[in-house]
Design a protein around this ligand. Structure first.
Ligand code: ZN
Length: 180
């Protein structure tokens, strides 16, 4: 799928694990380390699963905005920032953890780019099936429908990310304003 979808999926998983690991207790270093490890593994797994689902790499096929041959990276970065920035804002005080999990969650695509464009050796590839998969996996489905479905998925995941985020949970637990 497109990079923003992977970033928000990684965010939801990170916030979900943070929520579970801090349930009725405080997060010590050991719990935080387990939370980070599970989030990293789940994010990589979620990336590979999402890429199997029907999707269309619409950002890749948009018009170029620079003359750079790899201009799609600029477009992916711009759209990704639209989800990454609010997610990082909601993640305080766990922004470092979220950055790490996001990096792990997008790693299969980084590997694919390195394999296709920068000649990463076959024995250095961790996810060979993913690295040989095309950017789009549309199974012949109607492309506008696939784009709409992915955008709806991103929207739902963003709502979930906010609700499960440290900032969103703190806001929901703030004492009700006093009535006069
Ligand atoms: Zn991928």
């Amino acid at each position: 799928m497109n990079a923003p979808t992977h970033f928000v999926a990684s965010t939801v998983l990170t916030f979900g694990f943070l929520k579970i690991f801090s349930f009725r207790t405080s997060l010590n270093r050991k719990r935080l380390a387990w939370c980070g490890l599970l989030s990293v593994l789940a994010s990589v797994g979620a990336h590979l699963l999402l890429d199997i689902a029907p999707h269309y790499a619409w950002i890749y096929y948009l018009d170029k905005i620079t003359s750079w041959e790899q201009d799609w990276m600029v477009r992916e970065s711009i759209f990704s920032l639209m989800v990454v920035l609010p997610c990082l804002y909601w993640a305080a005080p766990y922004r470092g953890l979220l950055c790490l999990v996001m990096l792990a969650g997008i790693y299969p695509d980084i590997e694919k780019v390195l394999k296709l464009n920068y000649y990463l050796m076959a024995d250095e590839v961790l996810f060979p099936v993913h690295s040989h998969m095309g950017s789009s996996n549309d199974y012949g489905w109607w492309k506008p429908g696939l784009i709409a479905a992915e955008l709806i998925l991103v929207g739902v995941l963003m709502v979930l990310a906010y609700r499960w985020s440290p900032r969103g949970r703190a806001a929901n637990h703030s004492p009700a304003s006093p009535t006069i």
